[in-house]
Write a protein that binds this ligand. Structure first.
Ligand code: 1CP
Length: 354
C-alpha cells in the first residue's frame, strides 16, 4: 500500500523535488512551476492522440492517460505532472448517467433535485476505477523524480454539476437547494466527501505525491454560507487523506473572500486566482500554509515582454511567502500558444534560481 509507494518515491528522489519542498515550505533550488489544465487543451500532440476518442473513454485507457499526462512534462519541463482525468470521472464510475459533451462540459442526465434523486449516489470502490491504479503505476515508472499530482472535484463543485445537470453561470438550482432545503443539501454534501476521498485515496495509494481538490465554482458563495454549508464537507475530504502525509492543495476561482476559510478546511497549499496578489493572499490565509498561483492565464496572449513583466509582479509578491508553487490563476486557456508556456517555465526557473 501507501508505505511501499513512499519507499519507491524516496528512491526516485520525488520527495526532494522542488515542488514537494515548496508545498512543505522548505527552501527550494528554484520556484517550482506547473499549470492547471496543462495536459490536453492547447497541445497539438494531445489533439492528435485524442482524435475520435470521447473524453470519458480516454480517461479509462491507462496507456492513453499516461501519454497525455506526460506530454506537457516533456514539452514544457514543468516541475510536476497532473493526472489526466476529469472531476466527474468518479461520479461516472459509481454509475451516474453523465457524459462530457465537446464544447460544453459535463452533462448529467437526471439532475439531483429531490430526496429520491440521492439514490443515484453510492460509495466508490478501488475496483470501480482500476484503470486509475493501472495508469498511475505506468506513470510513476516513467516520471522518475517528477511528482504526480492526483486530483478530485470538491463537494460544492461536484454538487453544482449534479444539481444543475451541467455547466452553470449562476448556480441557481444549486443555491435554491442549499437555501431552500438545507436538510437535503446537507444529506447530499454528506455523501460526496466519501466518494471524493475514496477517489483521492486510490490515486495516492497508486503513487500520487500530492493531491489537489478543485472547488472551481465555490467563489459564487459568500463566506458565511461557505462556512456553514460547504466547509464541513470539504474538511471531511482533507481529513480523510491527512494520514498519508502528501500535500493537499485547494483551489477555486474568485475565492478572494474565502481564502482563509479554504485553508481552514484543511489545505496545506492554497491556490489563488489572479484577482488577489499573493502577499495579500498570504495575509488572508495566515501562517503555516504555502500558496499556489497566480498569473492570469489571459496574460499569455500578450507579448513575451508583457508576460515577463506580469510574471515578475507575481514573483515579487511571492518573495516573502513561506512556500510558493508558481501556477496560473486558473486553467490554461484552450487557444494558448504552447511555446508561451514553455518560455514561462524557463523564465520562472531562471528568475528564481538560488
Ligand atoms: O491538465 C488537464 O487538462 C488535466 C485534466 C483535467 C482537469 C484537471 C480535465 C480534462 N478536467 C480537469 C478538471 C476539471 N473539470 C475542473 C476543475 C478545473 C478547472 O476549474 O478548470 C472542472 C470545473 C471540470 C469540469 C469540466 N470538464 C469542464 C468545465 C465546464 C464548465 O462548467 O464550464 C469541461 C469543459 C470539462 C471537459 C474536459 N475536462 C478535461 C478536458 C480535456 C475536457 C474537454 C473535453 C474534451 O476534450 O473532449
Amino acid at each position: 500500500g501507501a508505505d511501499v509507494n513512499r519507499d519507491v518515491e524516496d528512491a526516485q528522489g520525488v520527495r526532494e523535488s522542488a515542488f514537494l519542498k515548496a508545498c512543505r515550505r522548505e527552501p527550494v533550488p528554484h520556484t517550482p512551476v506547473w499549470f492547471m489544465r496543462q495536459a490536453g487543451r492547447s497541445l497539438p500532440e494531445y489533439k492528435k492522440v485524442r482524435e475520435g476518442i470521447p473524453m470519458l473513454e480516454s480517461c479509462m485507457r491507462p496507456e492513453l492517460v499516461t501519454e497525455i499526462t506526460l506530454q506537457p512534462v516533456r514539452r514544457h519541463g514543468v516541475d510536476a505532472a497532473i493526472y489526466f482525468s476529469d472531476i466527474v470521472v468518479p461520479l461516472k464510475a459509481i454509475g451516474i448517467d453523465l457524459d462530457i459533451k465537446p464544447g460544453v462540459g459535463p452533462v448529467v442526465e437526471n439532475p439531483i433535485r429531490t430526496r429520491a434523486d440521492l439514490a443515484q449516489l453510492r460509495d466508490l470502490t478501488p475496483e470501480d476505477v482500476s484503470y486509475v491504479t493501472e495508469a498511475i503505476g505506468l506513470l510513476t515508472a516513467e516520471l522518475g523524480a517528477i511528482p504526480l499530482i492526483g486530483f478530485a472535484g470538491a463537494p460544492f463543485t461536484l454538487a453544482s454539476y449534479l444539481v444543475e445537470g451541467g455547466p452553470s453561470r449562476n448556480h441557481e438550482h444549486t443555491k435554491a437547494l442549499m437555501y431552500g432545503d438545507p436538510q437535503l443539501w446537507a444529506d447530499l454534501l454528506d455523501r460526496l466527501p466519501e466518494i471524493t476521498a475514496a477517489f483521492l485515496k486510490v490515486q495516492i495509494e497508486a503513487g500520487a505525491s500530492a493531491v489537489q481538490l478543485f472547488d472551481s465554482w465555490v467563489g459564487a458563495l459568500a463566506p458565511a454560507d461557505y462556512r456553514r454549508s460547504v466547509l464541513p464537507a470539504s474538511r471531511k475530504v482533507f481529513d480523510a487523506v491527512a494520514g498519508y502525509g502528501v500535500p493537499r492543495i485547494h483551489f477555486g476561482v474568485g475565492t478572494g473572500e474565502l481564502l482563509g476559510l479554504m485553508g481552514e478546511a484543511g489545505a496545506d497549499v492554497v491556490g489563488v486566482d489572479w484577482r488577489v496578489p499573493l502577499d495579500e493572499a498570504a495575509r488572508r490565509v495566515g501562517p503555516g500554509k504555502a500558496l499556489q498561483g497566480n498569473l492570469d492565464p489571459a496574460v499569455l496572449f500578450a507579448s513575451t515582454e508583457a508576460v515577463e513583466e506580469k510574471t515578475r509582479e507575481v514573483l515579487d509578491a511571492a518573495a516573502g511567502l513561506e512556500g510558493h508553487v508558481f501556477n496560473l490563476g486558473h486553467g490554461v486557456l484552450p487557444t494558448t500558444d504552447p511555446d508561451a508556456l514553455t518560455r514561462l517555465v524557463d523564465y520562472v526557473h531562471t528568475q528564481t534560481a538560488r
